[in-house]
Ligand binder design. Structure first.
Ligand code: AMP
Ligand code: MG
Length: 492
């Protein structure tokens, strides 16, 4: 294709790429172009996200598909695969983008910067034995879940588009191949720092830390204690993120250190799923046999991952090793308190409390215990409390619940705000719907057969989880008993 033509298309679509990451030392990435695919077809395009990135939807879904498929590389980009390492289920390994390519960073007209990554775009130097490709089901799953989290007001990478490649990928069986375009405020992971520390020099860690500071934390980027502050800010962001996951019953499923961002966005939605009945030991992932990443373990796993992050920064925290260790330990020890603060405040909002009262924590814990005992659905218990519809669930007729409700009523009277305001607070914090596992599966199964309408309908309702609209009713229903032993699989 002629250069002028590509240039014209770039202007028309609205791509405005920069590539700041390639100014890091070369060991942080490998230059790698995507491998073209035979017959790309657009399955889904995120129109509102396209708009907010400044992209022209019409052109993007016609002549722009070549870029989303990796068949063309837009002007101004130097595609790279990023290097990173990570603790996978506790074991340290060298990883890197084995099937993803960073096209570059889209700069929006208001100056925001977003990584544009093609996931499933072909082999890279980090592919090891893998084929560099992705299957349609897992890419659509990532699309659905990341968009659902976004509309639940949870920081997350987002999904711009999914295309099918026209080629099959071989997993347990042959599956339609696909590429997801992922949008992230960056792809810097705890594992990126681990890679720098394990395979580079202290200088490399420092360069990565300075880059991260300037990109994500410009206000502290030139502070004398900026590396300690970096650690502190990442701990804060992660504590807030995990509290938000817990509050909606989201189980990531594979919280390896390479799947934890420095930006505080949720990333990599392989075996994730939302909890139905409240039970802290809930695990969906077929590979998580020991329950390492169970719902109730997520906060402590996050703290463990952050400790791995802190380790990589030690030489930058203080020249004296013992002092550096003390600084790191002190920062990490704050995770628990920050997490607990956000979690309890979130729970207060879910129960309609504006004030802070001493008994709040015990009121919350007592309700959760009753939910656990009666295997009550987590989302719907709060949904029904919000609607004041205390029927249709076994839990509401138990003596324990009635006793608890009395305490809740008394507690609500301590508020200075009106009952209406308190109800409104509950509506804003208890989703009427979540992407129920059986609904997601139903959408993916149909999509694999070429029917995308079920997925589109699901995405439509997930866009407004706090709306409590009549068409959401059917999506709040529980799965049939047969789906209760739900299992998820890594999308590789
Ligand atoms: P994930 O489970 O998606 O977080 O991936 C873990 C690691 O495996 C990352 O380094 C991926 O790039 C790599 N990987 C996953 N699937 C493939 C594949 N099909 N081909 C090559 N590398 C892969
Ligand atoms: Mg990953």
């Amino acid at each position: 294709m002629k250069k002028e033509w590509i240039e014209m298309k770039k202007i028309n679509i609205g791509w405005n790429f920069d590539n700041s990451y390639i100014h890091l030392p070369e060991k942080f990435y490998s230059k790698q172009g995507p491998t073209p695919v035979s017959s790309p077809e657009l399955v889904i395009l995120n129109k509102s996200l396209s708009k907010s990135l400044g992209l022209d939807i019409d052109i993007l879904q016609n002549s722009g598909i070549g870029i989303l498929a990796g068949n063309e590389v837009p002007e101004g980009t130097t595609p790279i695969a990023q290097a990173y390492a990570g603790h996978q289920f506790g074991h340290f390994t060298m990883l890197g983008d084995g099937r993803a390519l960073l096209l570059g960073e889209q700069i929006t007209s208001d100056g925001r910067r977003f990584d544009i990554q093609l996931k499933g775009a072909g082999r890279t130097p980090y592919s090891r034995g893998g084929d560099g490709r992705a299957a349609l089901g897992p890419m659509l799953r990532e699309y659905i879940i990341s968009e659902a989290l976004h509309y639940l007001n949870i920081p997350t990478t987002r999904s711009l588009a999914v295309i099918t490649t026209g080629q099959r990928v071989i997993r347990e069986r042959a599956l339609p191949g696909a590429i997801l375009t992922r949008v992230a405020s960056s792809h810097i992971r705890v594992g990126t720092f681990q890679y720098a520390a394990a395979y580079g020099s202290m200088k490399d860690v420092q360069l990565l830390a300075e880059y991260t500071l300037q990109r994500h934390f410009p206000d502290i980027a030139f502070h004398e204690k900026r590396f300690t502050l970096l650690l502190r800010e990442v701990i804060k962001k992660q504590a807030q993120l995990i509290a938000k996951w817990q509050l909606v019953g989201f189980i990531h499923g594979v919280m390896n250190t390479d799947n934890m961002t420095i930006s505080g966005e949720s990333i990599d939605f392989g075996p994730c799923a939302f909890m139905d009945a409240y039970y802290p030991g809930t695990v969906f992932s077929s590979i998580d046999t020991a329950g390492r990443y169970a719902y109730g373990n997520q906060p402590q796993i996050a703290a463990w991952n952050l400790a791995r992050f802190a380790e990589t920064l030690l030489p930058l925290l203080h020249e004296n090793e013992d002092k550096a260790l003390n600084i790191a330990n002190e920062e990490i020890s704050n995770f628990k308190t920050i997490y607990a603060y956000h979690w309890l405040n979130g729970m207060r909002a879910k129960l309609g409390f504006f004030n802070e009262e001493e008994e709040d924590e015990s009121i919350v814990t007592e309700l959760l215990n009753i939910m656990e005992k009666y295997k009550a659905d987590y989302t719907n218990t709060f949904r029904n409390l919000t609607l004041g519809k205390l029927e249709g669930m076994d839990i509401f007729s138990t003596a324990e619940f009635l006793d608890w409700k009395e305490k809740w009523d008394i507690r609500r009277k301590k508020e200075n705000k009106s009952k209406e305001e308190s109800n409104q607070l509950m509506r804003e914090n208890n989703p009427a719907i979540i992407p129920r596992n059986h609904r997601v599966e139903e959408a993916l199964e149909a999509a694999e057969k070429g029917n995308f309408s079920i997925m589109e309908k699901l995405l439509d309702v997930l866009d407004h989880p706090y709306e409590y609209s009549p068409q959401q009713e059917e999506f709040s229903m529980l799965p049939p008993a047969s789906a209760c032993s739900y299992r998820t699989f890594c999308g590789t």
